[in-house]
Design a protein around this ligand. Structure first.
Ligand code: GDG
Length: 484
């Protein structure tokens, strides 16, 4: 049993500008080709989330460029710094990507952590590569960070990095945030490398999750599988001399709500939204879905519910249509090819049964669109359908809400998203219950404008209060205080 916690060796509060971010991908993208190729910051995602924290000097981001390295050499032409942000590259070969990213991270951890809604595949050689790649990320991190620097490691691809970093750099303050759910211990216990993963994460001073449930699941796993005894939100981890305190907490991620709202209000986006409505046939009720084409997102389920609701007369075929944007994702992983087939089978069936010439019941786009086009879709749609079987948070729902500047619109939201823990004014559904889902589509269609606008007001208050700036600040503030 731990007695008195012994503080770690970090004593000085680091300069907040000395932030090192470690994430699988660098927040940059190549533009142009051949000798004209240059690099620019990629818009959106984690980089905009961390923008306020990154502002100022001496922030460095460590990650993979997306370029396949032949045998570990650096990406040609990759800058060491871009718009004031230091770039620390971890080159990855095709084999690294195959075993570490597509294999262990996306073939084993991703499905396991999403309630095993697809069967996780465990290959020992892939874990070996996962260890090796995590070590390389930690090495670059250890070389890049100034004394007493703060390092923030992100997500399920890099769960061993906190411990590997601490072994080299015990002076650093290390935070880890998991963007996806942490599963119940009964599921997590399947993982052949469960001990290494837990010990890897406990190398951090602060381990953050999207929800209280995920944080509790992690603490249960630590108790059951490592035989440690967490007290409240703290775990005392045995070290050579005494104990080190690790804090565990929930930090629900938000979006940059103001920038989505501002974009939604621009005349160009408003005009494009009107045009989209016309292009969809000027139906009074337009349902929208926006997801990466991933088996966790429940895309096929919602389409089936939509098709059945129209067929059964719960929705009036003359009044409704649906637009589904599915962004191609992880296409080298077998399960992702399968979900594409499943989704496209449902689209084909529904449109075959219910469509008319020039007027399909479901408009299905398997492509990525620009941020402006996406926001125009949010503005155009009367209701958003978010029906994942499991989702860490789900940012799409928050973006839609931020874009409903006139308080119109409705959200159908799966209980199994992190967002459902915050957005109580949504129409909450169990995506496994097709009849309930169909009834809920009917309830949206018949709700009064007053009910919808009351709900939307509640949703907007939440999304604007709990924005991404607050998320980053609260994580980093807790990390700074983690040892005090
Ligand atoms: C993981 C967790 C957690 C999508 N299509 C386009 C596009 N997007 C943008 C959306 C949104 C993002 O991608 C998707 O974020 P989600 O949160 O919905 O889902 P994941 O990708 O699974 O993210 C999730 C998240 O991490 C953050 O912690 O919420 O639970 O699974 O921002 O706008 N953007 C553009 N064109 C598209 O076609 N421009």
């Amino acid at each position: 049993m731990p007695q008195t916690p012994v503080p770690g060796p970090v004593t000085a509060t680091s300069d907040p500008q000395d932030l090192i971010v470690v994430a699988n991908r660098l927040p940059i993208e190549a533009v142009g080709e051949g000798p004209d190729m240059t690099w620019q910051r990629s818009p959106g995602g984690l980089v905009s989330a961390l923008e306020p924290a990154l502002q100022g000097a001496r922030a460095t981001w460590i990650g993979w460029s997306g370029h396949l390295s032949g045998s570990g050499e650096a990406t040609p032409g990759l800058p060491e710094e871009l718009d004031g942000l230091g770039i620390g590259e971890v080159p990855l070969t095709e084999l690294d990507v195959h075993d570490y990213y597509e294999g262990l991270a996306n073939g084993a951890i991703w499905p396991l952590y999403h309630d095993a809604v697809a069967t996780p595949i465990y290959h020992r050689h892939e874990f070996e590569r996962y260890v090796d790649v995590n070590r390389r990320f930690a090495d670059v991190g250890a070389q890049s960070a100034p004394p007493n620097g703060v390092v923030w490691v992100h997500d399920y691809q890099l769960q061993l990095v906190p411990r590997l970093l601490r072994e080299q750099r015990p002076d650093m303050r290390i935070g880890f945030f998991l963007h996806i759910p942490f599963p119940p211990v009964e599921l997590f216990a399947q993982l052949p490398w469960r001990r290494q993963i837990l010990e890897g994460l406990l190398g951090a001073d602060l381990v953050g999750f999207q929800t209280v449930t995920s944080a509790q699941n992690f603490l249960s796993a630590v108790r059951r599988l490592l035989a440690l005894r967490p007290g409240g939100d703290r775990v005392e981890v045995p070290e050579t001399h005494g104990y080190r305190t690790v804090r565990v907490g929930s930090f629900p991620i938000g979006i940059d709500a103001k920038s989505f709202e501002a974009l939604a209000m621009t005349p160009a986006v408003q005009a494009r939204a009107r045009e989209i409505r016309r292009e969809l046939g000027d139906y009074p009720l337009i349902f929208l879905g926006v997801d990466r084409l991933d088996y966790t997102k429940g895309i096929d389920i919602r389409m089936r519910a939509f098709g059945e609701a129209v067929r059964d007369g719960i929705l009036d075929a003359d009044q409704v249509t649906m637009l589904q944007l599915a962004i191609p994702s992880r296409e080298n992983v077998e399960e992702y090819r399968r979900i594409r087939d499943d989704v496209e089978l449902v689209v084909g069936r529904v449109n075959g049964d219910l469509g008319r010439v020039g007027d399909p019941a479901i408009h299905y786009l398997r492509q990525a669109v620009s941020r402006e086009e996406l926001v125009a879709m949010y503005v155009a749609a009367d209701a958003l359908l978010v029906t994942p079987l499991r989702d860490g948070m789900n940012l799409v729902v928050k973006e839609y809400v931020a874009c409903r500047t006139d308080n119109t619109g409705a959200v159908v939201l799966s209980e199994f998203t992190g967002a459902a823990q915050q957005l109580h004014d949504a129409f909450l559904v169990n995506p496994y219950d097709l009849d309930q889902l169909k009834r809920t589509l009917g309830a949206v269609a018949t709700a009064t404008p007053e009910e919808l606008s009351e709900r939307m007001e509640g949703l907007r208050t939440n999304v604007f209060e709990h924005d991404v700036d607050r998320w980053a600040r609260s994580f980093l503030a807790t990390l700074s205080g983690a040892l005090t």
